[in-house]
Design a protein around this ligand. Structure first.
Ligand code: F6P
Length: 324
């Protein structure tokens, strides 16, 4: 392998820049010509592929977002899209590709590698933490820190006004952000996509809090919850529970931005470094991830299909116990 390209794709995640920096510098350190693809797979198709040197990744380790930009690319799902992308890589003799992203990114990488034999290594970069094979995905820790900073502020005003707040957090089908934020912010209840929580149950929990002199409450609703988002749940609860004035806040895309935490900067650096070393060893269709405190590789297929819900059992149990 002489030439390697790196791209970010799907939703951006804090720590992607630290990771790009590690990929580019590890490649250059090993005598490889490094290229950056702009706007993910769209850039592969549009031939937006530029050489990168050690200085092109200076002063980015602390920045959120991704200097390579990102996109969700429909064209890459077509056979023609895959062929054009391959031709653009071939024209530069690029034989290795490192993709940083989530499940959509990995699905694209898998099809591309199978069709054209490009060596591909994946790095789990998504705030959702929904890939199997890595205990943490890049950006997840920062997103939780952002969420709890917001909830702390909401708690101040909730407490001053004796209000009940429903706060919706991201995570698509994964309740990881919701669960950790609930524990870290001391929320009274949390609604997760992976678990049934009936409105009856929630109302009973809130009633119990009210009866023991709780004057305000925070309920975290994961966006993927089966019975609807924060507005839907708030409406249903309001019909049966009116001890407090009720408000709803959707945190939305602010959860995706911001300077990465030290954890995400270090994780991004480790995974970027590991990804280049894997590709140099000749590996392909693998994802590098963190298990325990060690770097592990998992096949991209397993990372995608063996989706294990990663909600920690002790945290799940604590959501009830610590919120009495
Ligand atoms: O996958 C990351 C994520 O932020 C999810 O939590 C969310 O459901 C989705 O992306 C939102 O995507 P978009 O930014 O394309 O609206």
């Amino acid at each position: 392998i002489k030439n390697i390209a790196v791209l970010t794709s799907g939703g951006d995640a804090p720590g992607m820049n630290a990771c790009i920096r590690a990929v580019v510098r590890t490649g250059i350190y090993n005598g490889i010509n490094m290229f950056g693809v702009l706007q993910g797979y769209q850039g592969l198709i549009n031939n937006n592929i530029n050489p990168m040197d050690a200085r092109s990744v200076s002063n980015i380790i602390h920045l959120g977002g991704t200097i390579l930009k990102t996109a969700r690319c429909l064209e890459f799902k077509t056979e023609e899209g895959l062929d054009i992308a391959f031709a653009n890589l071939k024209a530069r003799d690029i034989d290795g590709l490192i993709v940083i992203g989530g499940d959509g990114t990995f699905t694209g990488a898998q099809r591309f590698a199978k069709k054209h034999g490009v060596k591909v290594i994946g790095i789990p970069g998504t705030i959702d933490n929904d890939l199997s094979g890595s205990d943490f995905t890049l950006g997840y820790d920062t997103a939780i820190n952002t969420v709890i900073e917001a909830i702390d502020k909401i708690r101040d005003t909730a407490d001053s006004h004796d209000r009940l707040f429903f706060i919706e957090v991201m995570g698509r089908d994964s309740g990881c952000i919701a669960l950790r934020s609930a524990i870290a912010s001391g929320a009274e209840a949390v609604l997760l996509p992976e678990r049934e929580t009936s409105v009856d149950e929630l109302v009973a929990q809130l009633e119990s809090g009210a009866s023991t002199k709780k004057s305000s409450s925070i309920v975290i609703v994961s966006e993927g919850h089966k019975d609807g988002g924060a507005y839907d749940i708030a409406k249903k609860v309001k019909e049966r529970f009116n001890h407090y004035d009720t408000k709803v806040t959707i945190l939305g895309h602010l959860q995706r931005g911001g300077s990465p935490s030290s954890f995400d900067r270090i994780l991004g650096s480790r995974l970027g470094f590991a990804a280049v070393n894997e590709i140099l060893k000749g590996s392909t269709m693998q994802m590098v991830g963190l298990r325990g405190n060690e770097i592990h590789t998992t096949s991209i297929e397993d990372a995608l299909t063996k989706h294990s819900f990663k909600l920690e059992n002790d945290l799940l149990e604590m959501t009830k116990v610590l919120s009495i």
